[in-house]
Design a protein. Structure first.
Length: 488
């Protein structure tokens, strides 16, 4: 080192800290850095090293311009002054850091004698405010006109910025909110609760989400609030970002839809049970007549009786299908979510359909990775996969059906691949519509109600996933379920 760097003419009389080998013996809590005219680091204060969690040897000899944490700590205007003929230190910040940004100066910069040595200083509190304000300026330029309320607070729960929507909820302007706290806008007990939540988020670094009732012009509104920690380039929490959504209308819509579904369900239950019981009686009496006829009916009459019995049974089956679909869709509205191992679901579904496949001369194979988990309702996922396997068996006359499971970076992929009749290209856009059935050239319109695929689609979408399909006529189809992975 070249001894103590002094202040050039015109600088303040404040003494420049002594420097030892690679160490600036400044105040224990300060952030101080000694660099040469090219920005090469020569020494650092203990407080700065603790803050960065670094050893002094890892900084010495590096350029201050190439260390991201230091670029975040010292403003660009300060770093760009290194190597320039600066004749005075930049004044220290005011005692009250909540005053407007324009009145807050840059950290100290002292200039030593030849060879040039530059002493950069910053205080932890000032760094927090500068970093927070710089982030706020960029962010609020983007969120100025969105309808959700957005705000920034520093570690002291002082508002640093907010958008017009948030200010409007408080009955004021963004400019009037900056520099104030919750106690300026809310009763003391409520303000205490908000401030304690801020402290908890800053201490833990964990995002918190809450729902709360607000009153706006005498009307009760439901607000969803997310508060998340704001971090600087060194990953230190320097404030809190909050976003508020008014979800009143959405909740009302959901409640209205649930009521409609309940009414629809009740009507369908009444209809289904009303028609199922007479049909069961018709089928029972017809079967009894067939068994007790003892040859008294002609062949034509026997055919007619069988037709009556079969038609009655078909209508019973249709009624049961409607009831099953309604039951499953009701369950999709209120998922019983658990951590689901998808390989177990696949093996259960394949076991359910193995006999049906063997009766048609088909083989079913499983290629499933283990340890792939999603958040969901296991029985509903089983139902969705069962519908895909049922279709694969129904529309295959030979070959192999393969159920597979694999994992990507953020998704679980469950595929059902068959070697059956395939789906004509012009039918593909419509196969997930209710009651849509494909007319195959060789077999005519397919049997069934056309509810299996729409039901599978509804279940998977209720799990935040989707189904895609690819198919070639006479060569087979591939249905793939995409589900987000379970968050551990």
């Amino acid at each position: 080192m070249h001894g103590e760097p002094g202040c050039r003419e015109g600088s303040h009389a404040e003494a420049v800290p002594r420097t030892g080998k690679h160490t600036v013996n400044d105040d224990d809590q300060s952030f101080a850095l000694l660099v040469d005219e090219r920005g090469t680091i020569r020494a650092a204060s203990p407080g700065l090293l603790r803050f960065l969690n670094l050893q002094v040897d890892s900084l010495i000899g590096k350029s201050v311009h190439r260390v991201a944490a230091l670029r975040a700590l010292f403003p660009a205007a300060t770093l760009s002054a290194i190597g320039q003929p600066v004749t005075a230190r930049i004044p220290a910040p005011p005692a009250d850091p909540t005053q407007g940004r324009g009145s807050r100066p840059l950290p100290l910069l002292s200039v030593g004698s030849d060879p040039k040595r530059y002493l950069l200083r910053a205080s932890p509190g000032m760094h927090d405010i500068d970093a927070l304000d710089e982030s706020a300026d960029r962010f609020f330029a983007l969120v100025k006109n969105i309808p959700q309320g957005v705000f920034y607070k520093d570690t002291g729960s002082v508002y640093r910025a907010c958008n017009p929507a948030y200010a409007e909820d408080l009955g004021t302007t963004p400019r009037a909110i900056v520099g104030k706290t919750e106690y300026d806008f809310h009763p003391h007990p409520l303000a205490n609760r908000f401030v304690e939540q801020d402290k908890r988020i800053i201490a833990s670094g964990v995002t918190e989400c809450t729902e709360a009732v607000h009153f706006e012009q005498g009307e009760e509104r439901l607000v969803y609030k997310v508060k998340t920690p704001v971090r600087d380039a060194t990953d230190r929490v320097i404030g809190v970002l909050g976003i508020l959504w008014d979800i009143t209308d959405r909740k009302r819509t959901e409640s209205h839809l649930r009521r409609i579904v309940e009414l629809q369900t009740n009507a369908l239950d009444i209809f289904a049970h009303s028609i199922r019981d007479p049909l069961t009686v018709i089928r029972g009496y017809t079967t009894m007549l067939q068994r007790s006829a003892g040859g008294r009916f002609t062949e034509e009459q026997d055919v007619m009786l069988r037709s009556i019995a079969d038609s009655a049974q078909e209508l019973v089956d249709v009624t049961e299908t409607f009831l099953d679909v309604d039951r499953i869709e009701q369950a999709a509205w209120s998922l019983r979510t658990t951590r689901v191992a998808l390989d177990a679901v696949i093996y259960r579904a394949v076991d359910r359909f193995s006999d049906a496949a063997l009766r048609k001369g088909l083989a079913i194979t499983v290629q499933a990775e283990s340890g792939v988990h999603v958040s969901g309702d296991e029985e509903l996922l089983m139902e969705a996969l069962s519908n895909l396997l049922s279709n694969a068996i129904r529309y295959s006359d030979q070959g192999t059906i393969t159920a597979s499971l694999r994992q990507t970076l953020d998704e679980a992929l469950v595929s059902v691949v068959d070697e059956g009749r395939g789906i004509p290209e012009n039918d593909l856009p419509y196969i997930f519509r209710r009651f849509y059935r494909i007319a195959h050239p060789s077999t005519g319109t397919s049997k069934g109600l056309g509810l299996g695929l729409p039901l599978a689609k509804s279940i998977i979408e209720s799990h935040s996933g989707y189904i895609d399909v690819s198919s070639t006529p006479d060569r087979g189809s591939t249905f793939t379920i995409h589900l987000p992975l379970h968050a551990l």
